[in-house]
Design a protein around this ligand. Structure first.
Ligand SMILES: C[S@@+](CC[C@H](N)C(=O)[O-])C[C@H]1O[C@@H](n2cnc3c(N)ncnc32)[C@H](O)[C@@H]1O
Length: 298
């Protein structure tokens, strides 16, 4: 029981955690309180250790957790208001985010087992304000389920794509909309998402509308049937495989007859796209699916 009390007090007295800028330390502290303290108390409460003292410690732990979460809540509300007013885009947005989730000296952030890191937690806090939607349509077997691109890859994409006013960016299979929204915030360019699942598309539209981003658009369509007439830069985080991927690549090849297009890829689709004779590979990561693939039409 004593270590429970000292664990709670250690977090409570760590004043650095109440500094808004210490987002990553706060994430770790909230996890610690949730999994090492509250879960442990609940385990004890279930195994005959029910006591008023334990219940009081549980309440104290929940109260510390709520105080820490309130700091992040206020931070994201303020940041969303700044974005809405047009005061937080381009370098200002990038610098601000990096200020809260700074990589270590080697340029890396600690990743969890699935390859996401504290930058994803920050972006999720900023963009995922509503309950996550469930799928309403059944996917064909070659359509890949929703999984978000790690935010560091989206930032790298914005850096490498260097979009200008003349570009129109498309995310094929845009899910909850993070890629077009962040690309627009980081570059100011027109950014569109094509998404098969209506509930995801609605969610992404509501997010872009809430942030007052008129140059971000989400289109509920099958990528095989979408109109890419103005597109210059495309991104795919392996949204589909097999025949669907071949059909969409044939469509993009058609678009490349009238203008140069660039294609950025992530995940297993990269190796298939490397085999396209109409595309030149312009990055160095041959055969490494979980790096950003960069291609340009010839
Ligand atoms: C791996 S997720 C990528 C999500 C998004 N690009 C991101 O990184 O946040 C693949 C997405 O593609 C969508 N999708 C699958 N097949 C599709 C198709 N034929 N046309 C449009 N979207 C499709 C899925 O519904 C899913 O949201």
């Amino acid at each position: 029981m004593n270590h429970i009390r000292s664990d709670i007090e250690a977090v409570e007295k760590n004043t650095a955690l109440y500094d808004e800028k210490r987002f990553v330390s706060r994430v770790e502290a909230i996890d610690f309180i949730e999994f090492n303290v509250i879960d442990r108390i609940e385990g004890l409460l279930q195994t005959n250790h029910a006591s008023a003292e334990l219940a009081a410690w549980k309440e104290a732990a929940e109260s510390v957790k709520r105080r820490l979460e309130a700091i992040d809540h206020a931070l994201f509300q303020r940041l969303r208001a700044d974005i809405r007013m047009g005061g937080c885009t381009g370098t200002t947005f990038k610098t601000l985010v990096e200020d809260y989730v700074r990589p270590d000296a080697s340029g890396r952030r600690q990743q969890d087992g699935s390859g996401y890191d504290s930058l994803d937690l920050f972006i999720n806090g900023l963009l995922l304000t509503q309950a996550l939607p469930s799928e309403t349509k059944s996917r064909e077997p070659e359509m890949v389920y929703y999984q978000q691109t790690p935010a560091r890859i989206i930032f790298e994409l914005a850096e490498k794509a260097q979009l200008t006013e003349d570009d129109a960016f498309y995310d094929l299979g845009s899910g909850l909309g993070h890629v077009p929204i962040l690309l627009n915030l980081l570059s100011g360019a027109t950014a569109k998402g094509i998404e098969f699942e209506p509930a995801y598309c609605d969610y992404a539209r509501a997010c872009a509308a809430d942030l007052n981003l008129p140059r971000v658009e989400f289109i509920n369509a099958d990528a095989r049937a979408a109109d890419y007439a103005a597109g210059t830069v495309f991104f795919m985080y392996t949204p589909f495989r097999g025949r669907i991927l071949q059909d969409v690549l044939a469509k993009l090849r058609g678009e490349s007859q009238s203008r140069r297009i660039r294609l950025f890829t992530y995940g297993p689709c990269t190796s298939h796209i490397s085999e396209q004779s109409w595309l030149m590979r312009i990055d160095q990561h041959a055969d490494y699916p979980y790096k950003l693939g960069v291609f340009s039409s010839r």
